[in-house]
Ligand binder design. Structure first.
Ligand code: FSX
Length: 362
């Protein structure tokens, strides 16, 4: 009888030559990323120490690989600490060395052994018409691969706006009939990590949280509230200028040079739920608004059709899901003061019907 068991997460750290201290450091940094109270942080360390590394199957469909590029830049936890020590990544066609039939067979084998328990990560949208013929991998359609893999998954993590809401492949006229993961396997526990791409630490943090505690609290769009609980605008360092009605009106005017609010230049921060303003990117270096460009709303449903890059929200064309059909003040959920209120109300009057309806997937 084979009595050999798989190593626990702690043992896996140790097998890689890392100390228990390094493991605890990993847990503490992840707990801090997740803003866990001390007791929960200790619980996370205890759970990870005793659990065997869960099988993870990572499937990629209609996407640009930006999500995986983003994931490779996670500073804490790093992708290396995740895939070498914390999870058992059984399939990812970009990261794995294997290819062809052997790789496909290994995936099926890993799924069979961990049926009902593995975590399925999906990036990219999935085309539906013609039995999914517009995206075929190893002779099987993305549609078939997703449905089959989701059936045996403990949870499905849709990484990126393409997987979460359709994203760019879903943009009008949606030529391939692309759909999101939740559109197709919404009866399974689906966690959406939206963003085009998502913040890397939001991906890794959510995965580690799931391993320790199960599905986190989710918002109406199935996104973890710990990362998507507030808008970019709520936490934006330019917010005081917005409140005073001080706006940049072009990218090279005095307002832009003074670092004023980018609302009039099309910033979607008031309707975009994400952690960019607090966690930022590249180990906390910066985020789009800090670099002088408005938020594109990439983590919301109907990105890319929802409002355009440079049309201000006050044009009334935003239809990003949350706030659909509401006036801009209600959408933003903020008090618009002084000049901003007048400008917003004037523009709100000019709402056109064009662009209000999201494109229908065939
Ligand atoms: Fe989409 Fe991701 Fe944007 Fe690209 O996998 S969310 S196009 S960054 O790569 O799916």
């Amino acid at each position: 009888m084979n009595t050999q068991r798989d190593p626990t997460v702690l043992e896996s750290f140790q097998q890689q030559g890392l100390s228990r201290r390094a493991f605890l450091k990993f847990c503490a940094a992840t707990a801090s990323l997740l803003a866990l109270p001390a007791a929960r942080a200790a619980e996370l360390a205890e759970k990870l120490a005793g659990m065997t590394r869960p099988t993870v199957i990572y499937l990629s469909f209609q996407e640009c690989t930006g999500c995986l590029e983003s994931l490779t830049r996670s500073f804490q936890p790093t992708l290396e600490s995740l895939i070498f020590n914390t999870i058992s990544l059984a399939y990812n066609d970009t990261l794995q060395a294997a290819a062809g039939e052997a790789a496909e067979a290994a995936r099926e084998d890993a799924m069979r052994k961990a049926w009902g328990k593995y975590v399925l990560i999906v990036d990219g949208a999935i085309p539906r018409p013609e039995d999914g013929a517009y995206c075929v991998i190893g002779g099987r359609s993305a549609l078939d691969l997703l449905r089959h893999a989701a059936e045996g998954a403990a949870a499905v993590v849709a990484v990126g706006t393409c997987a979460a809401f359709g994203g760019i492949p879903y943009a009008a006229p949606n030529p391939t009939g692309a759909a999101s993961v939740q559109d197709l396997v919404g009866d399974r526990p689906v966690i959406n990590i939206s963003g085009c791409p998502p913040i890397p630490e939001v991906i890794t943090g959510t995965i580690v949280y799931f391993l320790g505690f199960g599905v986190p609290e989710l918002d109406a769009q199935r996104r973890p509230t710990m990362f998507y609980g507030t808008t970019i605008h709520d936490r934006c360092y330019r917010r005081p200028f917005y409140d005073k009605g001080l706006f940049a009106r072009s990218f090279d005017d005095e307002g832009a040079r003074n670092g004023w609010c980018l609302y009039e230049l099309g910033c979607k921060g008031p309707v975009t739920y994400n952690s960019c303003a607090t966690m930022k990117w590249n180990d906390g270096t910066s985020f789009p608004i800090q670099s002088g460009h408005g938020c594109l709303g990439c983590s919301e449903p109907n990105f890319w059709d929802g409002g355009g890059f440079y049309r201000p929200l006050s044009s009334g064309l935003w239809h990003g899901g949350i706030g659909e059909g509401l006036g801009v003040a209600a959408v933003a959920g903020v008090a618009i003061g002084g000049a901003a209120a007048v400008a917003a109300r004037q523009r709100q009057k000019r709402i056109t019907e064009a662009g209000k309806k999201p494109p229908e997937a065939p």
